[in-house]
Design a protein around this ligand. Structure first.
Ligand code: NDP
Length: 349
């Protein structure tokens, strides 16, 4: 039987590379969309070393927000039966309006994928969209133990509430998920839709040469940056604050809906812990005593209690029961990330 062909958008991303790894490991044929040929060439060479017989190719989609961005991809590849839409901007400090930086690519990108499938690829069976905890989180309930975020919780934010780049990102992700779900409801296409709604995705880079860059993708950069804490830093490190999940679990959650029809329609919500800068620093120092005197320790005492006062409370039982997965613990996620960075520095720098 011919292998199943999966299209993954935003194939150069931190999460997407792990998803491609999972797909190739399982024998899928993968077509990725990237913005430039140089990215396609680089990723092809990287995966060739791991999967010499892996079936991976690329199509260029320079801007997912451009009208008809995906039409040619689906016209050219009638063999695509599965679509994973991960592409969306997740960086801050962009020199653009909030609409141009976040809302337009997030919503138009999603709309263009779904429209192109409906028009040119009626054979597609499953679509997975990378949404976010941003579409779930109710920020006014942070620290409220009686408010439990689940797969059924929706962030009340509207685009009209946006007055900073963080709210713009958050609202763009919510709007994109709402759009995708309304599309399916209204158009009743041949495919099913599942969303993956992770909080901060931490963990190692799939290929360590991503560490050549001075900064990593937004979420992985959190741990990376903590390793630059000045050695004499002795204040409590309250920021950043968030919920987390391991990138390797997020990758599995993107692939499972292709294999399990029972995941159709669901929001998959994984969480392995709540953190702030200090709890992450504590994990780093507990795991790597050799960093003593090189990386600041902040103020380790009472860190967990502080997190408990500000965190979003959550329950991911529904996702765990539906998928059969349990989450890689946060300690391992952080440990594996730091080990990769230290090993890279030791032999490359
Ligand atoms: P990355 O920044 O590593 O990846 C984003 C991907 O989207 C890149 O491939 C990027 O291309 C592509 N992209 C962005 N804008 C456009 C555009 N206008 N046209 C074409 N391609 C575009 O981020 P992550 O891997 O972390 O994020 C992937 C997805 O996961 C996003 O949808 C994000 O919102 C979501 N997410 C991420 C979380 C996290 O903590 N990392 C948490 C929750 C959700 P290029 O490489 O060329 O820039």
């Amino acid at each position: 039987m011919a292998p199943v062909t999966v299209l993954i958008t935003g194939a150069s991303g931190f999460i997407a590379l792990h998803v491609i790894d999972e797909l190739l490991r399982k024998g899928y044929r993968v077509i990725g969309t990237v913005r430039s040929q140089s990215k396609a060439d680089k990723i092809t060479a990287q995966f060739k070393k791991v999967y010499p017989d892996g079936d991976l190719s690329f199509e260029l989609v320079e801007d997912i927000a451009a009208e008809g961005a995906f039409n040619d991809v689906f016209k050219k590849h009638p063999e695509i039966t599965e679509v994973l839409h991960t592409a969306s901007p997740f960086s801050f400090g962009l020199n653009k309006s909030f609409e141009d930086a976040y809302l337009t690519p997030a919503t138009k990108g999603t709309q263009h994928v779904l429209e192109a499938i409906k028009e040119y690829a009626p054979q597609v069976k499953h679509v997975v969209v990378t949404s976010s905890f941003a579409a779930i989180a109710n920020r006014s309930k942070s620290g409220d133990k009686s408010f439990i975020h689940t797969e059924d919780t929706w962030n009340p934010i509207e685009w009209s509430d946006v007055d900073d780049q963080y709210k713009a990102y958050t609202a763009s992700k919510k709007c994109a998920e709402v759009l995708a779900r309304k599309f399916v409801e209204a158009e009743k296409p041949n495919f099913t839709l599942t969303t993956v709604n992770p909080p901060y995705v931490l963990g190692p880079q799939l290929f360590e040469d991503a560490l050549e860059n001075p900064t990593l993708n937004t979420s992985a950069e959190i741990v990376h940056q903590l390793l630059s804490t000045p050695a004499d830093y002795a204040e409590y490190l309250s920021a950043p604050v968030g919920l987390s999940v391991d990138v390797r679990d997020v990758a599995k959650l993107h692939v499972l809906p292709i294999e399990k029809d029972s995941l159709a329609g669901l929001r998959l919500f994984p969480v392995n812990g709540a953190f702030n800068g200090q709890t992450l620093l504590n994990i780093i120092h507990n795991s790597f005593p050799e960093l003593d005197g090189k990386v600041g320790k902040g103020k380790p005492e009472g860190a967990e209690e502080q997190v408990a006062k500000t965190q979003a409370y959550y329950d991911t039982t529904k996702t765990q029961q539906a998928t059969g997965l349990t989450w890689i613990p946060l300690e391992k996620t952080v440990k594996d990330s730091v080990a990769q960075i230290l090993s890279y520095k030791a032999h490359k720098l």
